[in-house]
Write a protein that binds this ligand. Sequence first.
Ligand code: BEZ
Length: 211
Amino acid sequence: MALLLGDIAPDFEADTTIGRINFYKWLGSSWGVLFSHPKDYTPVCTTELGETAKLKHEFEKRGVKIIGLSVDSVQDHQGWKSDIEQTQGTKVDFPMIADPDMKVANLYGMIHPNASDRFTVRSVFVIDPNKKVRLTLSYPASAGRNFQEILRTIDSLQLTDKYKVATPVNWKEGEDVIIVPSVSNEEAKKLFPSGWKEVKPYLRIVRQPRG
Ligand code: BEZ
């Protein structure tokens, strides 16, 4: 069964590059990004891991911990990390799960048998502090993901949780947002005292709240 948005992310224990972890304990009260890559020592994965390492501070700013996974061993992960450091000019200082028996991969539906029954696809799970799955992505092995888009979606989710706003197509941090439909105009007056632009009763545009 695939994990769906709103489901509780399953807990697990696994060996990683920082030792054996319990996933929930490692997450604590943070948001989390759990992402898989098909194979160590492969070109696309090398660029992805380098980019994620470079963006670690951006995830941290948002209270998000990141953790990678593939079906390779801890020893392979450790060796490959040196290659990433050398070729991508960055240190990989977030944990990588070794999942050679595919226990976590199967738990999270990262194996898509008709794509490959030996390797994980490029999955992403964004998990909130209540351990709810808030975003899932499945990319093919040949297409590197856009980690700016993952950050952008986390910004959107965190805004929605805090201010009852949604984000329009192609929204970027700092641009106008939309009052969620479940907020009445009465409530909106209290939440957005500076007002909003009503394009349609269901499309109410407001400046991005801050603070
Ligand atoms: C890669 O990371 O380059 C890759 C991995 C598996 C299949 C194709 C490409």
